[in-house]
Design a protein around this ligand. Structure first.
Ligand SMILES: *[C@@H]1O[C@H](CO)[C@@H](O)[C@H](O)[C@H]1NC(C)=O
Ligand SMILES: *[C@@H]1O[C@H](CO)[C@@H](O)[C@H](O)[C@H]1NC(C)=O
Ligand SMILES: *[C@@H]1O[C@H](CO)[C@@H](O)[C@H](O)[C@H]1NC(C)=O
Length: 474
């Protein structure tokens, strides 16, 4: 109401002053908008819900493109439109910036809870059709979505990083008439049931920093104790790490793996590498054994993040949340997607691979999979059919044009991206481009510019900008 009054007052003033264009302030990018969607686009539940989106109109001029993104598993926020590389692109190309929430995350909830029965509407088909419906409205009736005039039939570029990068790529593959092109940064499009490559990617980062061998030794030393069945030695070890002594050995191993990789997705710049600061620097202490260095590193991560015993239990206890179906639990929804879509269980390399390991051998499929039925019901099939996932959702990307794929060479998720350490995972990519960003971690190209960005990151942005210009024919 207040906003309306302000607008009329300003319009009135400019009218009285005799200027031609009324000076109407643009709605701030924090203004929430809501788009109505059916619970199920494919028939079984026609109830509706409201999908939240945010818009930044500042750079838009008639005829400009729409840069559509989704934060995927995170709630929408102004940072996704005001402060990414797309913001720079929009400024250069008169674009409209829109970010739209993903069903079951943030405030965009098709169902009143997160029970297994409710989550059955969380299918990739439904997720993509939500975004496609929005894109159709943006093209055909922009006035129904936006509070400033936007041209009909605008070209739409879909962008995203990590899981949202999957969505960008899938949207271009599935709806090429709606989506002109996609920038898919660190898109985790290839699924694996036993995803020990995640561990190995982390190892490559440690290797680049010179502490891989000692880190791996420390993990082995911890395993010797966790597997000893010596309760006293185990609780002594937990106390030395500062993790709860109430956790079982598997959950302790899971917690240590999560804490050690806390900073693995931070940007590497020409002046800083958080994995070096939070992990490898401790292993340069000449008087510390690998185990002592590991303990010092984990303790410092706990301290830096202000974690207490309760938050550590929350992070480590894999049984927490089984009976809690309340909305807003990102971890629960993400777990459901792993259980029913693509697995990607972040296990240690099985011993028959002979590979060095940077996480505990206790982290195997038996650690992760039982949660699927425990948390979501016996109807969930174990193991998840990753082969079908890949044939439906990886193979769909073969031969699709106008996708820009990027991945950092030190990205912990690299082996899920098409620029894997074993080479390009797609066999046919005419009209699409794959770039490996040397020395970078996760989604660095789509972040807002920083003074100390790596040159490789700057080059990847320039290459992407040139492709977008080509797709837009400008
Ligand atoms: C859009 O983003 C730009 C760049 O961050 C910012 O300056 C501007 O205030 C935003 N526009 C609105 C209307 O919030
Ligand atoms: C090096 O390790 C030793 C043994 O754990 C420890 O007492 C000492 O404080 C460490 N030094 C630094 C500078 O962290
Ligand atoms: C790390 O390994 C090197 C040998 O590769 C050794 O000289 C050094 O002392 C080790 N440091 C720690 C903290 O384990």
């Amino acid at each position: 109401m207040l906003f309306q009054a302000l607008v009329s007052a300003l319009v009135g003033i400019s009218y009285l002053a005799g200027t031609e264009a009324a000076v109407v302030p643009l709605p701030p990018s924090s203004t929430p908008y809501w788009f109505r969607q059916p619970v199920d686009h494919f028939g079984s539940n026609s109830n509706t819900w409201e999908q939240q989106y945010l818009v930044n109109y500042t750079f838009y001029k008639a005829g400009g493109p729409i840069y559509l993104t989704t934060p995927g598993e995170s709630p929408v926020g102004t940072q996704y439109i005001d402060n990414t590389h797309f913001t720079v692109l929009a400024k250069a190309t008169n674009g409209l910036l829109v970010t739209i929430e993903h069903r079951f995350f943030g405030q965009s909830n098709p169902m009143p809870d997160l029970s297994g029965a409710s989550l059955k509407y969380l299918t990739i088909e439904n997720v993509l059709e939500d975004f496609a419906s929005f894109a159709r409205s943006a093209k055909n009736h922009p006035q129904s979505l936006f509070s400033v005039p936007v041209s009909c039939r605008s070209k739409i570029i879909f962008g995203g990083g990590s899981y949202s990068g999957n969505i960008a790529a899938w949207m271009r593959a599935k709806y090429p008439d709606l989506i002109q092109g996609a920038w898919a940064s660190s898109a985790i499009v290839y699924g694996r049931l036993q995803y020990y490559q995640f561990d190995q990617s982390y190892g490559r980062h440690l290797e680049a920093l010179g502490c891989a061998q000692n880190f791996s030794q420390a993990v082995k030393d911890v395993d010797d104790i966790l597997l000893s069945k010596d309760a006293l030695a185990i609780s002594d070890l937990q106390s030395r790490f500062g993790v709860p002594t109430t956790l079982g050995v598997r959950d302790t191993a899971g917690l240590l793996a999560a804490l050690s990789t806390t900073y693995s997705m931070q940007a590497v710049t020409s002046t800083s590498d958080y994995v070096d600061q939070s992990v490898c620097s401790f292993f340069r202490n000449k008087t510390a054994t690998p185990l002592e260095a590991y303990i010092a590193s984990v303790s410092s991560v706990i301290q830096k993040n202000g974690m207490n015993q309760q938050s550590l239990v929350q992070m480590g206890d894999s049984s927490i949340g089984i009976d809690n179906y309340a909305l807003g639990q990102v971890g629960r929804v993400w777990y459901y997607m792993a259980c029913t879509w693509n697995g990607n269980w972040q296990i240690a390399p099985p011993s028959n691979t002979g590979l060095s390991s940077y996480r505990s051998q206790l982290l195997d499929l038996d650690y992760f999979e039982p949660n699927c039925q425990n948390k979501f019901g016996n109807g969930i099939e174990i193991p998840v059919d990753v082969q079908s996932y890949n044939s439906n959702w990886f193979d769909i990307l073969e031969g699709v044009s106008n996708i820009y794929y990027t991945s950092g060479s030190l990205d912990i998720w690299r082996d899920s991206t098409v620029a894997a350490s074993t080479g390009n995972l797609l066999t046919k990519t005419p009209g699409s481009t794959i770039v490996l960003i040397q020395g970078a971690t996760h989604v660095q190209d789509l972040r807002a510019e920083m003074a100390d960005d790596l040159d490789s990151v700057k080059r990847a942005r320039q290459a992407g900008d040139a492709l977008v210009a080509k797709w837009l024919n400008i």
